[in-house]
Design a protein around this ligand. Structure first.
Ligand SMILES: *Cc1c(COP(=O)(O)O)cnc(C)c1O
Length: 395
């Protein structure tokens, strides 16, 4: 023995403690039966857990575009900067820029990778990175990697961000926020953040993973829905894992930023480009998103129906007009128990626990999709009410 502590023993001990607190995670395989139904552990479930807000993940047009392109070639063979940047991703980036009204778009393999590649290029040691308290993990990790001083402002509170900036004058600053908060469903005050950034000479980076495709005219997202544009929100992250029904992400921004990122974004430079078929499927998805008013209108009706029904049944919701409709539970083990009861009733609704959400705010993250039917929303509400009541009776 050389007296060194065993890193694996430390890992196992952390895991044991998490398990004790009901905070350990597990992978559970499932099979998709159609757009919204899955089979897991031999039981058929209605999925109200995914982020496929427009119901595109199983759409025939996307599947056809994917398979046709995959029939020609499966892999990209290299990083985009070597020989992995095909014509399909090139056309996709041009179409996204035109759709959103941004000068340039740069594609990434995932939103997580995009945040880690982009934030350290925008700000670094000696700078400030201001994040909303409830920012997505990818933005926090990108900020940490940047080496900038990380300051968290109170959720949805630009005035708190302003006072943090005032306390650190003379330093370059980047303000970062989700547009729609992934575990709460509420929206950032984009206009106020844009005004603050302009007044303070700070950069503003907005991550619209959950607004893109869902909000605004043609589904152009939170920025367009707020009546803003590339002028007020110059740097925008979008992802394809949610309303686009696929995976991947992009940064939209000024020409000069994108050009410089091609030499600085390590997550882009040192990582293999996604299969070319993904870009073809994404082009098909973009066409459906743009023409998706009927899907968005149906989704909006489902959201209104869910909220009205929940209110009638005294189910505690958070303030959200997006497809993310969390039911606040509080206690972690109770959230797990109610989720299990819902599963027994045929509904897949995950319990979201710390550290994904702040301690004491465990919740059931209900998410709605345009692929859901009104009757399914009604059935989900009934099952929710029963599952919540059943648990109350026991404790
Ligand atoms: C899902 C999500 C991401 C990560 O995107 P991936 O493409 O899934 O890696 C980033 N930001 C927010 C706000 C998200 O909800």
């Amino acid at each position: 023995m050389n007296g060194r502590p065993d890193p694996l023993a430390a890992l196992a001990e952390r895991h044991r403690r998490r398990a004790e607190l009901g905070l350990a995670r597990a992978l559970s395989p499932l099979a998709w039966l159609d757009a919204t139904r899955v089979r897991r552990n031999g039981r058929e479930l209605l999925c109200a857990a995914g982020n496929d807000y427009l119901g595109l993940a199983a759409d025939p047009a996307l599947r056809a575009a994917f398979s046709a392109a995959a029939a020609a070639r499966a892999g990209s063979s290299a990083s985009p900067l070597v020989c992995g940047h095909g014509e399909a991703p090139h056309e996709l980036a041009l179409a996204l820029a035109e759709w959103l009204g941004y000068p340039r778009v740069l594609l990434f393999a995932s939103g997580y990778q995009c945040a880690l590649a982009v934030i350290p290029a925008l700000i670094g040691r000696g700078g400030l990175c201001l994040l909303d308290r409830l920012c997505h993990a990818s933005l926090i990790d990108g900020a940490r990697l940047s080496g900038a001083r990380l300051l968290r402002y109170r959720h949805g509170d630009p005035e708190h961000a302003r006072s943090l900036l005032a306390a650190h004058p003379g330093q370059p600053a980047l303000i970062v926020s989700d547009a729609v908060f992934s575990m709460d469903g509420d929206e950032a005050p984009l206009a106020a953040l844009a005004a603050l950034a302009a007044e303070e000479g700070a950069l503003l980076l907005i991550d619209d993973a959950h607004g893109l495709g869902v909000l605004g005219p043609e589904g152009r997202g939170s920025v367009a829905a707020a009546g803003l544009s590339a002028r007020e929100v110059p740097l925008l992250i979008g992802t394809f894992g949610k309303a686009f029904g696929l995976c991947g992400a992009f940064l939209a921004g000024p020409e000069a930023v994108i050009e410089a990122l091609l030499s600085e974004a390590r997550g882009l430079i040192y990582s293999t480009a996604p299969p070319p078929a993904l870009a073809e499927a994404l082009r098909a998805a973009l066409a459906l998103v743009r023409a998706g008013d009927a899907r968005r209108a149906h989704l909006e009706r489902l959201i209104a129906r869910f909220r009205a029904g929940a209110e009638a049944l005294s189910i505690p919701l958070l303030p959200s007009r997006t497809p993310i409709q969390p039911v606040l539970i509080g206690d972690t083990s109770r959230a797990l128990a109610v989720s299990a009861r819902l599963e027994a009733r045929g509904f897949l609704v995950p319990a979201i626990r710390p550290p994904t959400v702040p301690s004491g705010t465990a919740r059931l993250r209900v998410s709605l999709s345009a692929a859901h039917r009104s009757e399914e929303v009604d059935a989900l509400l009934a099952a929710l009410a029963e599952s919540l009541a059943e648990r109350e009776a026991e404790v």
